[in-house]
Design a protein around this ligand. Structure first.
Ligand code: ACM
Length: 675
């Protein structure tokens, strides 16, 4: 019954958000640069054949084979392998032997009722076009089909990445691969692997085996697995940029090789999170010898031209407290300034200046978080800005290339719309000259893994990573938020078909939490609430790498689709005066309170969920009361309004690291009931 109501609400209230307008934008993500729709459809039946023409290579043949297998899975057909081609994929020339920044990714796609043609100057464009085709499949009057159209497409930014933290929580190989599949589906092209941090060093070194022996808790990628990841990514048009975070965030390295540390060296990898003390000693020549050999070894595993050295959040305490380091600073004229009273920034800048030629020697350009931007660092480095748009603009003004990650931290459980509306060229970047703006290469969504496990990772990443991908790929003017959500939820299903688990991960979790009881009340509650935002999850801890992350909050999506739908439903009902569906949803939520209560009794795993559930139920009741006033045109007085607004404030207080997701909608209803 509840599902049925939910589905009804989906179908009707969200008509504008969820239907596919025939003549407007396509329901794909990222939206292409230019689309012309035409009448008719190309059937996808068992007679469908695909042929590669022009320049070809094994990577393209594999991409075509993958496409066919995904289309077969999507349609249930087995396609013919002989006969005249329905779809030809044609490439003009070879791509770079190692995928390069800015390599041609454009493609041209023409679909008519009698056939389709995908052409691209180079293989990357063909890969991007194939993903577009896969998103276009729809059921129709004659079965599955592709719409007739012409697309001319190319990316807005050449660097469209995902930073993926495997240090705080290690992610297994199959999870990495499905992440790469998801990235390819939305045309992301850089997989930035955050391989080392305080909590783990996650890649095998044959030269320095203590790194994985003592620094990983046994959870690391072998060199063979890394080669597999790099090859898998290349097949999908994705560069892999490794990050070894230096000189802070380095406990795992220093546990393995304590002689590189400022004493006291740490004795075990950290299980807690934060900006911790352990730090390399940049005054020791042995540190540079170590890094030369390690980076040389890593450089041979990652063919990409860029190598990320981290550089973020050096707390400087041990540098500040060391007499030897103080003497070194003196001797090397690393002097205090008002902005840098301990001369620690100057010391880190010196470290980076010494690191850069080591990277160059191994054929790598240096990339780092925005802290690495300091006087005297060579102009060929790339700055990844996490501290704000200003640092990116500052870097560009000084002649440095950069990418934006500030605003794209997916681990903070923020709404997709918030990430979507941030543009690498907004804010300070608006004041740059066109020449300076060109130095902004794009951006990276970031997924830090303090609060995720392999079980929950996908749900934090998808589908919201797709809207950041659209920001980097599609024309700047593509900013329609309701249309973004409409397309994001369509794409979201397709990402599940690829093997990502962001829609299904919570079934087993909710079942575990419910024990032998009916799981439905928890599911309904889970769809009405959202995790707390930003870093507020920490207030419900303490959390460490050892925490199980098996709480109710871990089984709840960062963003409530039902609440978005409710919001659209209210907007519609205020115009149509038909409140039936909004009332149905709020009634379901109001009545769910008494169903959740018995599940929480004597269940420590659901501690705090009872209060959350009661608040959610009561919030729905405030909404229903407001609807009654609106419908009967029985305007409520200002005291009623004030007391209900105050009530909403207290009901939206987080409990169990969750809060009702629809308090904004209830505020609209209360205001409408009183005005
Ligand atoms: C960062 O978030 N410390 C890069």
């Amino acid at each position: 019954m509840s599902r049925f109501r939910s589905v009804l609400l989906f179908c009707i209230c969200w008509a504008r958000l969820h239907s596919e307008p025939a003549s407007q934008s396509l329901s794909i993500m990222p939206l292409p640069a230019h689309v012309t729709l035409a009448p008719g459809r190309l059937p996808l039946n068992s007679g469908f054949t695909v042929r590669l023409t022009g320049y070809t290579e094994p990577r393209l043949a594999r991409a075509a084979a993958r496409m066919i297998s995904r289309l077969e899975k999507q349609t249930g057909h087995s396609f013919a392998s002989t006969g005249p081609a329905t779809l030809t994929i044609s490439c003009e020339r070879t791509g770079a032997p190692i995928q390069s920044l800015g390599e041609e990714e454009s493609y041209h796609l023409e679909i008519t009722p009698s056939g389709a043609r995908l052409t691209a100057p180079q293989p990357l464009g063909a890969l991007r076009g194939i993903e577009t085709i896969l998103q276009l499949v729809r059921p129709g009057p004659e079965g599955f089909a592709l719409p007739a159209l012409t697309i001319d497409d190319q990316p807005r930014f050449p660097w469209r990445g995902l930073s993926y933290d495997v240090s705080r929580h290690f992610m297994p190989l199959d999870q990495i691969k499905r992440t790469l599949d998801g990235m390819a589906a939305v045309k992301l092209n850089v997989f930035h692997l955050h391989l080392s941090d305080n909590q783990g060093f996650r890649i095998e070194s044959k030269i320095y085996p203590n790194l994985q022996k003592l620094g990983s808790g046994g959870l690391y990628y072998t060199q063979a697995q890394i080669r597999d990841i790099v090859a898998y990514a290349r097949d999908r048009g994705i560069r892999v940029v490794p990050e070894i975070d230096l000189p802070g965030h380095a406990t795992a390295i220093l546990v393995a090789y304590p002689e590189l540390a400022v004493s006291p060296a740490p004795v075990e990898i950290d299980h807690v999170y934060g900006v911790l003390d352990p730090v390399l000693d940049p005054t020791k020549p042995g540190v540079y010898l170590f890094l030369d050999r390690l980076i040389g070894e890593m450089a041979s595993l990652f063919p990409d031209a860029y190598f990320h050295i981290g550089g973020d959040e050096v707390n400087g305490r041990l540098w500040r407290e060391s007499a030897e380091i103080a003497a070194f600073k003196q001797a090397h004229h690393l002097l205090p300034t008002p902005q840098d009273p301990d001369a620690n920034d100057a010391l880190q800048a010196m470290f980076n200046r010494r690191l850069e030629p080591i990277l160059a020697k191994h054929g790598k350009q240096m990339e780092g978080w925005d802290e690495i931007l300091a006087p005297g660092v060579p102009k060929n480095i790339v700055i990844q800005s996490w501290r704000g748009q200003k640092s990116l603009a500052d870097a560009a003004r000084l002649g440095y290339r950069g990418i934006l990650s500030s605003g794209y931290y997916l681990d903070l459980a923020l709404p997709a719309s918030e990430h979507y509306l941030i543009d690498p060229l907004d804010g300070e970047a608006n004041t740059l000259t066109p020449e300076e703006q060109k130095r902004i290469l794009g951006g990276e969504a970031a997924m830090w893994s303090e609060w995720v496990t392999p079980e929950t990772m996908d749900s934090r990443l998808w589908p919201r990573a797709a809207v950041v991908a659209e920001r980097f790929w599609s024309p700047r003017a593509v900013r329609d938020v309701p249309d973004m959500y409409r397309r994001m939820y369509i794409l979201s299903r397709q990402l599940e078909w690829l093997g990502l688990t962001h829609q299904s991960w919570n079934n087993p979790m909710l079942q575990r939490l419910a024990g032998p009881n009916d799981v439905e009340p928890l599911r309904i509650l889970g769809e009405a609430v959202e995790p707390v935002k930003h870093y507020d999850r920490d207030r419900f801890g303490p959390y460490t790498t050892e925490s199980p992350f098996n709480e109710f909050v871990d089984a709840v999506s960062p963003e409530s689709e039902d609440s978005l739908r409710l919001s659209a439903g209210v907007t519609e009902a205020l115009q149509t005066h038909n409140w039936d569906l909004v009332r149905a949803q709020l009634t379901l939520w109001r009545e769910n309170g008494v169903r959740v209560a018995p599940l929480c009794k004597d269940n420590a795993l659901l501690s705090g969920v009872d209060l959350l559930s009661r608040n959610t139920s009561e919030l729905a009741a405030v909404g229903l009361d407001s609807i009654q006033a609106i419908e009967t045109e029985n305007k409520r007085n200002p005291e009623w309004k004030l007391s209900n607004l105050a009530r909403i404030k207290s009901l939206e207080e987080p409990s169990a690291a969750l809060m009702p997701a629809f308090s904004g909608v209830i505020t609209v209803l209360v205001n409408a009931a009183a005005n």
